[in-house]
Design a protein around this ligand. Structure first.
Ligand code: C2E
Ligand code: CA
Ligand code: CA
Length: 705
C-alpha cells in the first residue's frame, strides 16, 4: 500500500453539512472523495468506480447505513473497508454495524482534525487484514494439496516414517529423524506440544489444530498439526499419522495485526496508536458529558544508563517490570475508587522507549490526579532487581488535563510530554501539571464550590466585555459579556476553571442570572449615553434546562430593555442534551425578539438537519479553526465549509479568536461578517467600552497576503 497514489473514499450522508465537512477534511488529508446523498446513489457510485474505503452515516431516509453496508458486502467480493458513523455511545448501533460487516465505526461528533489520521489508520489496518486473508487462503490451497510434513509415530514420540513435501533443513530429513524420538529432534516446548497431541489422539482417535513453534536461524517457523490414531491389529502398539502444516506466514500476518492494532510486544501494554485512539474516544465522551480527563506522561529518569551499562536485554527486562508494576499499582480498586465510584478503568500504555502513559477518563479534581501521580512515583522508586542487582529508578511525570490543556489527543499528549520535561528540569523524580498555575489550581479547586456560593453574595464577580467588529460598517456594534472572578485570596480565576464547577453544582443558574441582569444594565447605560450596542451573554447547559431563563428574559423586556440589545450564546453541545425541550425553549426565547447565536461552532455535532431546526441568527466559528489561519490548510477548508453553510442558511457568521491582521483579512475575504479577538481588543471593563467605539480598522479591508 503506497501513500503516493491518492486513495478514493466514498462518503455517504444525507446531511449536507456532514457531507461538506467530511469531504473537505478528507480531501485536505490527501484523499480523493466522492459523496453520495443516499444509499442508492452510493451503490451506483460504488459499482462504477473502485473505492478504498466507504464511510457511511447510519440514519438515512430510505435505505439506512446498515442496509447499505450489508448490500456492499453482498454485492462485492472485494472486502472494501466500510466505516459507519454512529451516534456517541450508541452501543446497539455499534454492534449492529459490526453485524452487517462494517470494518470500524466513528462516533459523532467527529473530531475533524483527527479524521484524516483515523482514516489512514483504518486503511492500514484493513490492508493488513486482507494480507492475512490472502495468506490464509493461500495456505489452505497449498496445504489442501500437499501437507508440508507427514509422519508416523508411536505413543512415545518415536518417528517411524517421515515425508516432507518440500526440502527441509537437514535436521528434518527422514534419514535424520526416523528412529529418533521427537524430544531429541524438536526443542522442548515443540516436542511437548507434539506429545500432548499424541496423547489426546490416543484417547479420542484424532486431534486437530495443535500449534508449535520451531526456532530457525532467521526467526521461527510455526506448524499446525493434526494427528490420527491408525487402525492396526489389536494388541499392536498404537501408531499415529501426523500431518504438520507450515503456518509461518499466517502467524506472522496475525502477529503483525496485533502489533499494528494494539499491543506493545515488550510489555503487553497498549501501544501508542492504541492509546491515542482510546484517548480520542474518551475526549469525545468527556466533552459530551462535560467531564474532565487527565493524561499522565511518565518517563524514567536515567533509563539510558541502564541500557548503556547493563545492556538492552536488561533494559527490556526493566521495562517489563515497570509495565507490570504500573498494571498492578494502578488497579481500579485502589485508585479509581478514590477518584470516583463508578468509573471506567484507567488506561495504561507504553508509547515507546521508557515512556509510559496513564489515561484517567474522569477527573474529579486536579488534587486527585496529583495523588495518583505521586502514588505511581512512589511505586517506581522501589528498587528493581535486575540480574541480581538492585537498581533504583525514579520517574518524572507530566500531567495534562482536558479540556483546559487541549482538546485533541495529540495536543494533550504533547502537553503532558512538555510538563514531563518541565518536571525533569525541576530536578527529576517530580510531577508537574502542564500549566504551572494548575498546580495552584489543584488546591484552589478543593473549596471551589463553597467559594462560588460566597462569591455571588460578596460581589466578587464582574463582567468584562469584548468588542465585536461589524465588518460591513467597520465599527463595533456588539460586545460579548465574559464573566470574571476575583477571589480575595487566590486572585483572578478564569471562567474555564470555575464555570464547569458552577455548572456541576447548579450555582450557574444564580450566577447566570446575575450575568444577564448586569449585562443588560450595562447595555442600557451605553444606549442612554448614545451608544446602542448589542450585548452577547453566554448561557450554559444548565440554564437551558429550566424555564427560569425565559422568565428572566421576558421580565427584562417588560422592564424596557429593547430586544435588539440582547444576544444569547449557546453551544452545540448544550443543544444535544435534550434537543426537543431545548428547541422549544429556544423558540420561545427567540419569540421575545432577542438574537440567538451558536457558539464554538465546528466542535460539536454540526448536523444540517439539526441546524435547520435551530431558531438561531448567527454562528460563531470556534477559535480553534481561526488559530490555524492563515497557514493551516485544514483549518482553512473547514472555515470555508462553515462559511458556505452559514450562507446557505442565511446565518450571520462571527469569527472568534482573531489575533492577527492576516487572519482578519482572510476571514473578511472568506465572508465573515463579524469578528472578535485580541487583534481588535481584549475583553475590557464596561467603563472602557465607550472609548473603543470610535476606533476603525481600515487595514483589514486590504487583500489578504
Ligand atoms: P467563549 O464563549 O468561547 O468566549 C471566548 C473566549 O475566548 C473568552 O475567554 C475570551 O477572552 C477568549 N478570547 C477572545 N479573543 C481571543 C483571542 O484573540 N485569542 C484567544 N486566545 N482567546 C480569545 P474567557 O473570557 O476566558 O471565557 C472562557 C469561556 O468561559 C467562554 O468561552 C465561555 O464558554 C465561558 N464563559 C465566560 N463567561 C461566561 C458566563 O457569563 N456564563 C457562562 N455560562 N459561561 C461563560
Ligand atoms: Ca461565547
Ligand atoms: Ca466561543
Amino acid at each position: 500500500m503506497s501513500d503516493a497514489v491518492p486513495q478514493q473514499i466514498l462518503v455517504v450522508d444525507d446531511d449536507p453539512t456532514a457531507r461538506i465537512l467530511m469531504q473537505a477534511s478528507l480531501q485536505q488529508a490527501g484523499f480523493v472523495v466522492q459523496v453520495a446523498a443516499d444509499a442508492q446513489e452510493a451503490l451506483q457510485l460504488f459499482h462504477g468506480a473502485s473505492f478504498d474505503l466507504v464511510m457511511s452515516d447510519v440514519e438515512m431516509p430510505g435505505m439506512d447505513g446498515f442496509e447499505l453496508c450489508a448490500r456492499l458486502r453482498a454485492e462485492s467480493d472485494v472486502p472494501v473497508p466500510v466505516v459507519m458513523v454512529t451516534g456517541m455511545d450508541d452501543l446497539a448501533s455499534i454492534d449492529r454495524a459490526f453485524e452487517v460487516g462494517a470494518t470500524d465505526f466513528l462516533p459523532k461528533p467527529i473530531n475533524w482534525s483527527l479524521l484524516g489520521h483515523r482514516v489512514r489508520y483504518i486503511l492500514r489496518a484493513s490492508a493488513a487484514m486482507s494480507e492475512l486473508r490472502r495468506a490464509n487462503a493461500s495456505n489452505r490451497a497449498i496445504l489442501d494439496a500437499i501437507p508440508d510434513l507427514l509422519f508416523e509415530m508411536d505413543l512415545d514420540g518415536l518417528y517411524l516414517e517421515f515425508h516432507s513435501a518440500e526440502p527441509m533443513p537437514v535436521a528434518w530429513t527422514p534419514e535424520h529423524v526416523v528412529g529418533r524420538r521427537v524430544s531429541d529432534v524438536l526443542p522442548g516446548p515443540a516436542a511437548a506440544a507434539v506429545m500432548g497431541a499424541l496423547r489426546s489422539a490416543a484417547t479420542t482417535g484424532r486431534v486437530h489444530g495443535v500449534q508449535y513453534e520451531i526456532p530457525v536461524p532467521k526467526g521461527s517457523r510455526w506448524f499446525e498439526l493434526s494427528a490420527a490414531r491408525k487402525e492396526g491389529d489389536p494388541g499392536q502398539t498404537p501408531r499415529f499419522v501426523v500431518l504438520a502444516r507450515d503456518i509461518t506466514e499466517r502467524k506472522s500476518a496475525e502477529r503483525q495485526i496485533e502489533e499494528l492494532a494494539y499491543v506493545d510486544t515488550l510489555t503487553g501494554l497498549p501501544n501508542r496508536l492504541s492509546f491515542l485512539q482510546r484517548l480520542e474516544r474518551e475526549i469525545v465522551r468527556a466533552g459530551f458529558l462535560g467531564n474532565r480527563l487527565a493524561v499522565l506522561f511518565l518517563d524514567m529518569d536515567g533509563f539510558k544508563n541502564i541500557n548503556d551499562t547493563l545492556g538492552h536485554t536488561v533494559g527490556d527486562l526493566a521495562l517489563q517490570t515497570i509495565g507490570t508494576r504500573l498494571r498492578e499499582g494502578v488497579r481500579p480498586t485502589d485508585v479509581v475508587s478514590r477518584l470516583s465510584n463508578d468509573e471506567p478503568e484507567l488506561r495504561l500504555a507504553r508509547l515507546g522507549g521508557d515512556e509510559f502513559t496513564v489515561l484517567v477518563p474522569r477527573v474529579s479534581s486536579s488534587e486527585a490526579v496529583m495523588q495518583l501521580a505521586e502514588r505511581i512515583r512512589d511505586l517506581m522508586t522501589r528498587p528493581f532487581v535486575l540480574e541480581g542487582r538492585e537498581v533504583v529508578l525514579t520517574t518524572s511525570i507530566g500531567i495534562a488535563l482536558y479540556p483546559e490543556d487541549g482538546n485533541s489527543a495529540d495536543a494533550l499528549l504533547k502537553h503532558a510530554d512538555t510538563a514531563m520535561y518541565h518536571a525533569k528540569e525541576e530536578g527529576r523524580d517530580n510531577c508537574k501539571f502542564y500549566n504551572v498555575s494548575l498546580t495552584q489550581r489543584a488546591t484552589q479547586q478543593l473549596n471551589l464550590a463553597s467559594n462560588l456560593r460566597l462569591a455571588l453574595e460578596r460581589g466578587e464577580f464582574r463582567l468584562a466585555y469584548q468588542p465585536q467588529l461589524d465588518v460591513a460598517s467597520g465599527t463595533i456594534r456588539s460586545v460579548e459579556a465574559l464573566i470574571r472572578w476575583t477571589h480575595p485570596e487566590h486572585g483572578v480565576i478564569s471562567p474555564m476553571d470555575f464555570v464547569p464547577a458552577a455548572e456541576r453544582s447548579g450555582l450557574i443558574v444564580g450566577i447566570g442570572e446575575w450575568v444577564l441582569r448586569t449585562a443588560c444594565a450595562d447595555a442600557v447605560r451605553w444606549r442612554d449615553a448614545g451608544h446602542p450596542l448589542r450585548v452577547g451573554v453566554n448561557l450554559s447547559a444548565r440554564q437551558l434546562r429550566n424555564a427560569g431563563i425565559l422568565e428572566s428574559v421576558r421580565d427584562l423586556m417588560a422592564a424596557g430593555i429593547a430586544p435588539e440589545l440582547l444576544e444569547l450564546e449557546v453551544t452545540e453541545s448544550v443543544l444535544m442534551e435534550d434537543s426537543h425541550a431545548t428547541l422549544t425553549l429556544l423558540r420561545e426565547l427567540r419569540a421575545t425578539g432577542v438574537s440567538l447565536s451558536l457558539d464554538d461552532f465546528g466542535t460539536g455535532y454540526s448536523s444540517m438537519s439539526y441546524l435547520r431546526q435551530l431558531p438561531i441568527h448567527r454562528i460563531k466559528i470556534d477559535q480553534s479553526f481561526v488559530q490555524g489561519l492563515p497557514g493551516d490548510a485544514e483549518s482553512l477548508v473547514i472555515v470555508r465549509a462553515i462559511v458556505g453553510l452559514a450562507r446557505s442558511f442565511g446565518f450571520g457568521l462571527t469569527a472568534e479568536g482573531v489575533e492577527t491582521l492576516e487572519q482578519a483579512r482572510l476571514l473578511r475575504e472568506l465572508g465573515c461578517d463579524s469578528m472578535q479577538g485580541y487583534y481588535f481588543s481584549r475583553p475590557v471593563p464596561a467603563e472602557e467600552i465607550p472609548g473603543l467605539l470610535a476606533q476603525r480598522w481600515p487595514q483589514i479591508l486590504e487583500p489578504a497576503g
